[in-house]
Structure formats: structure tokens, C-alpha cells
Ligand binder design. Structure first.
Ligand code: CTP
Ligand code: CA
Length: 222
């Protein structure tokens, strides 16, 4: 029994993961999006499932296969992602890896917008809901709420500011100044109110396993 538990340290936990970009349509053929392959989020969902958790993966538009044992919900826009996340509650742990588009087109054209005149049509934007901040103040707030922050400079300082601003428990600060976007490796820092742990640059699968280990340690201590 001991061996079974130690290999499946997250057994009995429901873990919610978001991954990939969101697409915000402008018209039927164009959209606004962030650069995101979804690989890191899918690897975390896979590692959590391997650790025995029940995993719900809310995925934006990506071309990845669903990891074994993971329940996947596909969405396109930030607002759909928020609705799917709230539908999936309650969760013990939420890990928001998705690169959510901060803005969407204020109006979505029903027909393809045509070039006309000399100047391009201005694009009016509206701000999307902050899914992570919404979970932080939700009455079914997950016991452990983890955000990701892709940064190109002042990585730790930006992550610490986000930790405070968003009301989550940890921020995984992702150094995207190099060749991380769409790549197979990742360089992350685990930023918590009590300190920062920097991991080596590692394949995304290995980053995922280490993060899930840290989560299992946290669960064991709380
Ligand atoms: N996030 C979210 N909903 C949004 C934007 C971001 O849930 N509308 C989540 C992301 O999934 C991530 C975390 O918030 O876990 C940080 O995202 P990031 O884009 O770094 O934060 P922002 O507050 O949008 O700040 P920035 O201006 O740097 O983009
Ligand atoms: Ca953002």
C-alpha cells in the first residue's frame, strides 16, 4: 500500500490545467492569438495524471494528442476557456498554463473584412476576463492555485508582482527570452511568497515532472 501511494502521490486529487493559446476571432478568417504550442501545459497534465490525479485539461487550439488518462475540453476563446474552467470546478489544484489573449476584437465581423481605400480598417479591442484572477476570488477557489508567466526580462520581479496582483499561490516564471516558444525545453523559476526555486533548462516533460513533484510535496505537507 505504501509503494502504491508513493507512486501515485496525487491520487484522489482533481487537478485542473489550462494550456495552449486562445484565438479571438476578428472575422471568419482572422484572429488574434498568443504564441503557444501547448506543449508545457500538456506535459504537466500528463505528469499529473501519471501521479494519480484526476486531470481536467482545458485546451485552446493546439495540434497535440490528449495525454493518457486526461479529460480534455477544447475551447477557442478566452471567454470559452473561462466558462470551461468554472464548469470543471471544484478542483483541488489549478495550474493555469494557457497563454490567454489579453484582448479580443470589440466586434466580430460576420463577413470577411475587405481591403478598401488606402488605410487599413482600425481594429477596436476589448479586454478579456482574467481567468486566473477570477479563480483566485471564486467561492470554489482551488486550494492550490498556480499561474504561469512568460517574461522576456526582469523575470523574477515581474513574477513577484504578478503573484501579488493575481492572488494566486505560486507563479511559474517562464524565461522566454531565448528559443523557448514552440521549443522542446523550458527554463522556469517557481516563485512563491516564501522564496524562489530556479530549475535548470530542461525538456518540458522533465519540467512538468519536477513541478508535479513540488505539488505533491506541498499536498503532503498541507
Ligand atoms: N491569465 C488568465 N487570463 C487572462 C490572462 C492571463 O488566466 N486573461 C493567466 C495565464 O494563464 C497565466 C497568468 O494569468 O497563468 C499570467 O499571464 P500573463 O499574461 O503573464 O499575465 P498578465 O496579467 O496578462 O500580464 P501581461 O501584461 O504581462 O501579459
Ligand atoms: Ca497577458
Amino acid at each position: 500500500a505504501f509503494a502504491a501511494t508513493s507512486h501515485r502521490p496525487l491520487h484522489g486529487k482533481h487537478i485542473l490545467v489550462t494550456a495552449g493559446p486562445t484565438h479571438e476571432p476578428i472575422d471568419p478568417v482572422r484572429y488574434i492569438a498568443n504564441r503557444s504550442s501547448g506543449r508545457q501545459g500538456f506535459a504537466i497534465a500528463a505528469a499529473a495524471a501519471e501521479s494519480g490525479a484526476q486531470v481536467t485539461l482545458v485546451a485552446g487550439p493546439v495540434t497535440l494528442e490528449t495525454p493518457q488518462g486526461v479529460t480534455r475540453i477544447n475551447v477557442e476563446t478566452a471567454r470559452q476557456m473561462q466558462a470551461a474552467v468554472e464548469q470543471a470546478l471544484p478542483a483541488d489544484i489549478a495550474i493555469m498554463v494557457a497563454a490567454v489573449a489579453d484582448w479580443r476584437a470589440a466586434d466580430q465581423a460576420e463577413q470577411k473584412i475587405k481591403k478598401k481605400g488606402d488605410a487599413p480598417a482600425p481594429l477596436e479591442l476589448s479586454e478579456n476576463p482574467d481567468i486566473l484572477a477570477g479563480l483566485a476570488s471564486h467561492d470554489q477557489r482551488p486550494g492550490l492555485l498556480i499561474g504561469f508567466a512568460a517574461e522576456t526580462e526582469n523575470i523574477i520581479a515581474h513574477a513577484e508582482a504578478k503573484l501579488a496582483r493575481k492572488g494566486c499561490d505560486w507563479i511559474i516564471a517562464n524565461d522566454v527570452s531565448g528559443d523557448v516558444m514552440g521549443g522542446m525545453s523550458n527554463s522556469v523559476h517557481i516563485v512563491r511568497s516564501d522564496g524562489v526555486e530556479s530549475l535548470d533548462t530542461l525538456p518540458k516533460e522533465q519540467v512538468a515532472r519536477l513541478l508535479v513533484e513540488r505539488i505533491a510535496d506541498h499536498v503532503a505537507q498541507n
